[in-house]
Ligand binder design. Structure first.
Ligand code: 21W
Length: 418
C-alpha cells in the first residue's frame, strides 16, 4: 500500500514516520509513505502556497500547487484515492478506516488556515475527513491519525495479528480492564478470576466486564455489535404453526413449508442461534419435518450438499410451544426470556435496541417467537415476557414481510457484525 501526504509542514510528518510504530511497517516494506512539501509545487520567488480568501476571512491553500502535487504522486499510474483533512469532513470511524485500508494508493492533503480552494476539493477530493469535534491548528495531526489507523490494518505492521482482530471496536464492545504485577498494589488486589489460572473463568469474567462497561459508558455502540459472544446463555428461534391467525383473524393451524425450514435454519446457523424450534400440533407435519431433516443430514442430501445438513441439524420439532419453552429451560438450566414478534404493534412493545441491552444485561437464554400465517395469536403474545415493535421501513405503511425475512432482519440486528 502507498500513502502520499502533501503538507506545508513536511518535517512534522517526517518525524512521526521515523519514530512511530507506523515507521515499522514502512521499514518492513509493507507500506510506502511519501511526504511531499507543498512549497515544491509552488511558483515564483516566494513559493507561495496560500492566499487571502476572496470576500475576506483569512488564508486559503491555492488549488494549483495541490493539483501539481497530486499529478506528481499519481505519475503514470491510476489516480489515487484523495482525502482532504477538514473540520467540515465526515468524522473518521473504524468502518471508514477499513475501506481506506483496502485502497491501493491514498493521497492525503493536510488542510490549513481556512482550508483548500473549493475548486480543488470539488475536482479531486474523494472524501473530506475530520477526526472529531474539536479545533486543531491544522490537518497534519489528523493526517497522522489517518495513517496510523490505516497502517495498523495492513498485515505485518502491528506485531500480533490477533491483537488487531480482538480490538474492541472490531468486536463492537469496549475492552475489559487489564492488570499486571504485582498482584497486590498499595493494598488493592487484582480480581480473583484473573488469578484463577482457569482459562474459561478468565474468559467469562472478561466478557462480563466488557458487557458492563459498554452498557455503562457507550450504550450507543451496542446497536452495531454482535452480542452473541457476550451472552452466557443461548439464543433460540421458534416458528409457531399454531396458534396463529388466518386471513380473517381466526385462530388456525398452518402447514409447515420447506422454504421456511431451509431458509430459517440457514439464517439461524449464520447468526449462531442454538436451535430452530419448529412447533406444530399435527403429527403428520412433524413427521414430514423429520423426513426432510433426515434427507439432508443422513440421506442423499447429506452427500449432495453437506452444508445444508449443518443448518437443518438445528431444527427440533415440538407439538406445542409451552413444552418447547420447558425444553429450553431444562437445557439451559435457566428460565428463558420469551420474545414475541408481530407485524402489529401493541401497548408496551419494546424497541429492538432496548431488548438488545436487556439480553446482554440479564444473562438469561432468549427465545424469539415467530408466527406463520397472519401472525401469532394474542394468547401467545400475551404470555411473552417482551413483545418487539414491528419491523418498519420506507414509509412504514406496508408491513407484510415473509416470516423468513423477519427472522433475518431481527437476527442481524442482534447477532450480526454490523
Ligand atoms: C481549525 C481550520 C479551525 C479551520 C467555522 C466558520 C483537519 C481538523 C482539521 C482548522 C478552522 C480536523 C471557521 C478535527 C480539526 C483542521 C484547522 C475554522 C473558521 N469555522 N479534525 N469559520 N479538528 N483544523 N475556521 O481542527 O485543519 S481535520
Amino acid at each position: 500500500m502507498r500513502i502520499t501526504v502533501v503538507t506545508a509542514f513536511p518535517d512534522f510528518l517526517k518525524s512521526f514516520l521515523s519514530t512511530s510504530i507506523v515507521g515499522r511497517g514502512v521499514a518492513a516494506e509493507r507500506l510506502v509513505v511519501d511526504v511531499l512539501d507543498l512549497r515544491d509545487f509552488a511558483d515564483g520567488a516566494y513559493r507561495q502556497v496560500d492566499d487571502y480568501a476572496f470576500g475576506g476571512g483569512g488564508m486559503v491553500l491555492m488549488a494549483e500547487p495541490l493539483a501539481k502535487a497530486l499529478e506528481k504522486a499519481a505519475g503514470d499510474g491510476a489516480r489515487p484515492f484523495v482525502l482532504g483533512t477538514s473540520p467540515q469532513g465526515a468524522v473518521l470511524t473504524q468502518e471508514m478506516v477499513e475501506s481506506l485500508a483496502a485502497q491501493e494508493h491514498l493521497f492525503i492533503v493536510c488542510g490549513h488556515y481556512e482550508g483548500l480552494d473549493e475548486r480543488f476539493t470539488r475536482r479531486f477530493v474523494d472524501m473530506e475527513v475530520s477526526i472529531g469535534d474539536y479545533v486543531l491548528t491544522g490537518g497534519e495531526l489528523p493526517a497522522m491519525v489517518l495513517i496510523d489507523a490505516v497502517a495498523r490494518r495492513i498485515p505485518g505492521v502491528v506485531g500480533k495479528e490477533s491483537a488487531v482482530e480482538e480490538d474492541s471496536f472490531f468486536r463492537g464492545f469496549l475492552d475489559t480492564p487489564h492488570f499486571t504485577r504485582p498482584s497486590v498494589w498499595r493494598g488493592e488486589s487484582v480480581p480473583e478470576a484473573l488469578l484463577s489460572g482457569d482459562h474459561e473463568v478468565v474468559r467469562s469474567w472478561r466478557r462480563r466486564q466488557a458487557v458492563l462497561r459498554t452498557l455503562r459508558r457507550r450504550p450507543d455502540v451496542l446497536s452495531r455489535a454482535n452480542v452473541q459472544p457476550y451472552l452466557p446463555c443461548g439464543a433460540y428461534v421458534a416458528l409457531l404453526h399454531h396458534p396463529v391467525l388466518d386471513r380473517l383473524g381466526n385462530v388456525t393451524t398452518t402447514a409447515v413449508t420447506g422454504l421456511d425450514l431451509h431458509d430459517i435454519s440457514r439464517t439461524c446457523t449464520t447468526f449462531g442461534v442454538r436451535r430452530f424450534c419448529v412447533v406444530t400440533p399435527l403429527e403428520g407435519q412433524r413427521e414430514m419435518v423429520r423426513t426432510i431433516v433426515a434427507h439432508w443430514t443422513e440421506g442423499y442430501g447429506a452427500t449432495f450438499n453437506p452444508k445444508r445438513g449443518e443448518a437443518l441439524r438445528r431444527i427440533k420439532v415440538f407439538p406445542e410451544f409451552r413444552g418447547m419453552l420447558r425444553w429450553v429451560e431444562k437445557k439451559e438450566r435457566n428460565v428463558p426470556l420469551v420474545v414475541g414478534t408481530s407485524a402489529r404493534s401493541r401497548k408496551g412493545a419494546v424497541h429492538w435496541l432496548e431488548l438488545k441491552r436487556r439480553i446482554v444485561e440479564d444473562a438469561r437464554p432468549v427465545v424469539f417467537l415467530f408466527g406463520t400465517g397472519w401472525g401469532l395469536d394474542e394468547s401467545v403474545l400475551a404470555s411473552c415476557d417482551v413483545q418487539l415493535q414491528p419491523i418498519r421501513g420506507g414509509e412504514g405503511a406496508y408491513n407484510h414481510l415473509s416470516v423468513r425475512s423477519a427472522v433475518s432482519v431481527l437476527l442481524d440486528r442482534f447477532f450480526g457484525w454490523r
